[in-house]
Ligand binder design. Sequence first.
Ligand SMILES: Nc1ncnc2c1ncn2[C@@H]1O[C@H](COP(=O)(O)OP(=O)(O)OP(=O)(O)O)[C@@H](O)[C@H]1O
Ligand SMILES: C[C@H](N)[C@H](N)CCCCCC(=O)O
Ligand SMILES: [Mg+2]
Length: 211
Amino acid sequence: MEQQDIFVTAIGTDSGKTVASAIIAQALGAAYWKPVQSGLPRDADCVAALVSHPAFEVMPSAYELQMPASPHASAAAEGVEIRLENITRPQTTKPLVIEGAGGVLVPLNRQHFVIDIALRLAVPVVLVSNLYLGSINHTLLSYEALKARRVPVLGIIFNGEPNPQSEDIILHHTGYKKLLHILPETKIDRACIRRYAEEFRKNAYELIGER
Ligand SMILES: Nc1ncnc2c1ncn2[C@@H]1O[C@H](COP(=O)(O)OP(=O)(O)OP(=O)(O)O)[C@@H](O)[C@H]1O
Ligand SMILES: C[C@H](N)[C@H](N)CCCCCC(=O)O
Ligand SMILES: [Mg+2]
């Protein structure tokens, strides 16, 4: 079967993965799944409030932790051990947008990292890179970690105030396709998500085909 799911990861936490996931889910008519949630409010509730395509649905998290911390630490605090083998794709015929937690190498436990979920499920990733001073280094380190693990990367989404010098050097070193640039928005609502989804569909047409 053709692979249609997309795993959204980032160069860190608060990078814009949830916003990007809503945009991609809207663009693809996809369902949303956050396998490991740590902290409230749940990203799934945020995405549900932003996506407006009629077939949208949220799949239940494999782990839902209250503490807003690294999943390995939230799990320990709540007497839970996150086991990679318990993270299995929910049954749905729709493509899934799967959101990680924090960045690529955020630990789930003492062995596994967030990116191991994408590898286990054999789902290609989109990397969200928010532009701040220091983000070039964080983006290139994420690129190196993805490359070392042979994770297929569909492309990059920049988030924040445009910075042509940063974007240019990141694209030069990674060779990633730029799928979208999310600008700083005063209000992120359904209309805003629909607008970016249209742009994403155009930019990513050859990746997502006739979905
Ligand atoms: N381009 C933007 N304009 C305005 N607000 C934004 C933008 N991108 C992200 N935000 C806001 O910044 C905050 C962090 O973004 P978001 O929740 O998408 O990060 P995240 O990468 O999903 O974080 P986490 O690691 O907790 O899942 C949210 O309140 C979100 O609405
Ligand atoms: C609580 C936060 N919003 C995310 N759910 C988890 C972020 C983990 C980051 C861990 C780290 O890189 O130090
Ligand atoms: Mg999020």
